[in-house]
Design a protein around this ligand. Structure first.
Ligand SMILES: [Zn+2]
Length: 254
């Protein structure tokens, strides 16, 4: 696990991509690397199609651009763990998995997917019923669910902070798909975020050099991976915005 995380926090995007592809090969998943351009940026998304022809498909995703550990090597690692567990258990769940590139560049990777692949290719637009992503994973002992959130207004000290909730979730919401973002946080931060709309101090790490591997708890990644199964089999269909503390007992991990 340490080795996987270290590679996923590489500064080289090609190296992070190689690690994901190696893992998928190791567990014998079919996948496709799709290269695309957005303005003068070049990216590559990695797609794992549904195992069977499905009438209803849930898209599971994590973005792999950027070298941050919590954002988002942890999210990618949790999704890879989930895939491995599915392979071992051969559970027939209808989902397609995407590792998106260029999330930090106005989510160009997921926009490319939402505007091209759902129209002519991987997934019939009509079949796509729900999106779940992991973004920010490995710190803390609680999973927070952001359903269809586009924008947050949070307290930070005596001020209000407008937090545009950008990210891959937004692109799915923009094409009318209910979207759930999963993030882990320490219980106290998760609680005051939900009850009092207080900015979680953990998020100060985002996009800084302090978002390092040493902060990541492998236990939290395993637990997140374990929570994905039930969420995928019972995907949300509602488009109402809400923030929910996911009910699971992770307390031993604090
Ligand atoms: Zn992120």
């Amino acid at each position: 696990m340490k080795e996987l995380l270290r590679a996923l926090t590489s500064r080289q995007s090609a190296e992070r991509r190689r690690v994901i592809c190696d893992w998928l090969n190791r567990w014998q998943f079919d996948f496709e690397v799709e290269r695309f351009t957005s303005g003068n940026l070049r990216g590559a998304n990695i797609y794992v199609p549904p195992e069977q022809e499905m009438q209803k498909v849930v898209v599971l995703s994590a973005h792999y651009d950027g070298p941050g550990a919590y954002d988002n090597a942890g999210g990618v690692a949790a999704l890879l763990l989930f895939l491995k567990n599915c392979r071992l258990e051969t559970r027939p769940i209808s989902f397609s998995t995407c590792f998106f590139d260029l999330e930090e560049s106005f989510q160009a990777g997921s926009r490319h997917f939402c505007t091209t692949r759902t129209r002519d290719g991987l997934i019939e637009r009509a079949a796509l019923i729900s999106h779940i992503e992991i973004d920010g994973c490995g710190i803390g002992d609680r999973l927070v669910r952001f359903h269809n959130v586009r924008h947050l207004r949070l307290h930070r000290g005596r001020h209000f902070l407008d937090v545009p909730f950008t990210g891959d979730s937004l692109e799915f919401q923009n094409i009318g798909i209910p979207s759930l973002r999963l993030t882990t946080l320490p219980l106290r931060e998760a609680t005051i975020l939900i009850r009092k709309k207080v900015f979680p101090p953990t998020w100060l790490l985002l996009h800084t050099a302090r978002d390092r591997l040493s902060l990541i708890s492998p236990e939290t990644l395993h637990r997140t991976a374990a929570e994905l199964g039930p969420l995928v089999t019972r995907p949300q269909r509602a488009k109402k915005a809400s923030i929910v503390l996911h009910s699971s007992d992770w307390r031993s991990n604090a």
